[in-house]
Design a protein around this ligand. Structure first.
Ligand code: ADP
Ligand code: MG
Length: 393
């Protein structure tokens, strides 16, 4: 179901109460380490400002237990002001009298950031009174925090009971591209799945199997599949309890699932471990697979050539260690070079890995929601999306 968006609202004279995801990493001195999430909100905020809305912003930051100045959003207000090129007002309150007064005083095109929603314990309880108090700060609720859309909190779901709710441009984009993966991927459609655990992703695999031509398996997940095929995996991360599931999947879709043919194995789980390339049948006892090998990369490149849709979730190895990042970097390079394909990346670590390669700008879409994107791809309705008004058809 399509959702109404900020484009469907006549903004002049209205206050937009916008839930953004400004949950940015900060260092010990309160400096923003990475402002990607603030930048991701700019299209929506620019649109609202240009269309005459008064803009009231709310976000969580970290997991404070009550009011804790280390988790104040004040530095974010400052950075957002620089990026927007206009002043951003800030109040040290979420719904108190100062916040109400500041929201009332806001003129068209002005921007106000409220203090961390999680300073109020009622936020995560989705408390109806907090939702009501929040709703007084705006006329229309705009949901643009895709990464928080799987959580039913007062600022993501509760508030939409009291105000008309519409999607921001970031959420609209997420729904468009992730929706395409589930609904109408242009074939050939190839999925690349890796990361740590099958268990976290089993429902996504089942959903994808209905749509894909090929699934390329890598990362820790591949170890469990290889174990299910009878290979001795040494000290590799293997999910014993998921072996039967992996075996069933291989039986069910032998022509769709592709497993590594070689691996980079290490004698320890460490950045400076000794490493070597071995065939999947030759993992030495006590060694562990930390990356896919060069022959696997070449095979996977062949499968990807000519793809029109590619969805990638889960790194191909322990990319946090440069010595074991080659498979992940190679996949990012292959995707970047596909000229004729829609390339969609989901998952927190996968997104981080792609940003790390410097090739992020050559992907069609990198989801900003780690957990939320996986929930969405399981086919589950996200509460923060369900709460928005349906578009008129
Ligand atoms: P995402 O967040 O993109 O969904 P996951 O959280 O499932 O991805 O997995 C990412 C983690 O998987 C990374 O921390 C990475 O180090 C780990 N990983 C990948 N391959 C292996 C492997 N062969 N052995 C152990 N851990 C691995
Ligand atoms: Mg992860």
């Amino acid at each position: 179901m399509r959702k109404r968006t900020i484009r469907d609202i006549d903004w002049p004279g209205k206050r937009a109460l916008v839930r953004v995801d400004f949950n940015v990493p900060m260092d010990a001195r309160g400096h923003i380490v990475d402002d990607t999430r603030i930048r991701a909100a700019l299209p929506t905020l620019q649109y609202l400002v240009e269309h005459g809305a008064a803009v009231v912003l709310m976000s969580h930051l970290g997991r404070p237990k009550g009011v804790d100045p280390r988790y104040s959003l004040r530095p974010v207000a400052h950075r957002l002001g620089e990026l927007l090129g206009r002043p951003v007002h800030f109040v040290e309150e979420l719904v108190g009298p100062q916040a109400q007064a500041a929201a009332q005083a806001l003129g068209p095109g002005e921007v106000l950031l409220l203090e961390n929603t999680r300073f109020d314990p009622r936020e995560t309880q989705n408390d109806p009174t907090l939702a009501q108090e929040l709703a007084r700060l705006g006329d229309v609720f705009v949901m643009d925090a895709f990464g928080s859309a799987h959580r039913a909190h007062a600022s993501t779901v509760g508030v939409a009971r009291h105000l008309p709710g519409v999607a921001g441009l970031l959420v609209e984009r997420e729904l468009e591209y992730l929706g395409r993966v589930l609904e109408n991927p242009e074939p050939p459609f190839v999925a690349i799945l890796g990361g740590a655990k099958i268990r976290d992703k089993i429902r996504v695999i089942h959903r994808l199997l209905e749509k894909v031509d090929t699934i390329l398996i890598g990362g820790g997940m591949a170890n469990t599949f290889l174990a299910a095929e009878g290979y001795a995996m040494g000290a590799s991360l293997v999910e014993e309890e998921a072996i039967p599931v992996a075996a069933r999947l291989m039986e069910q879709a032998p022509d769709v699932l592709r497993l590594p043919v070689d691996l980079v194995v290490a004698d320890a789980f460490a950045p400076d471990a000794n490493g070597k390339v071995v065939a999947v049948s030759q993992v030495p006892e006590g060694w562990m697979a930390l990356d896919i090998g060069p022959a696997t990369i070449a095979h996977y490149a062949n499968h990807l050539a000519g793809a029109h849709t590619v969805f990638w979730n889960g790194p191909m190895g322990v990319f946090e260690f440069p010595a074991f990042a080659k498979g992940t970097v190679a996949m990012a390079e292959i995707l970047a070079d596909l000229s004729d394909a829609t390339t969609i990346i989901g998952g927190g670590d996968s997104a981080a890995a792609v940003h790390q390669t410097g090739l992020a700008h050559r992907m069609t879409h990198i989801s900003t929601g780690g957990g939320a994107s996986l929930k969405f791809l399981e086919g589950k309705e996200l509460p923060g999306i369900a709460a928005l008004q349906d578009a008129e058809t």
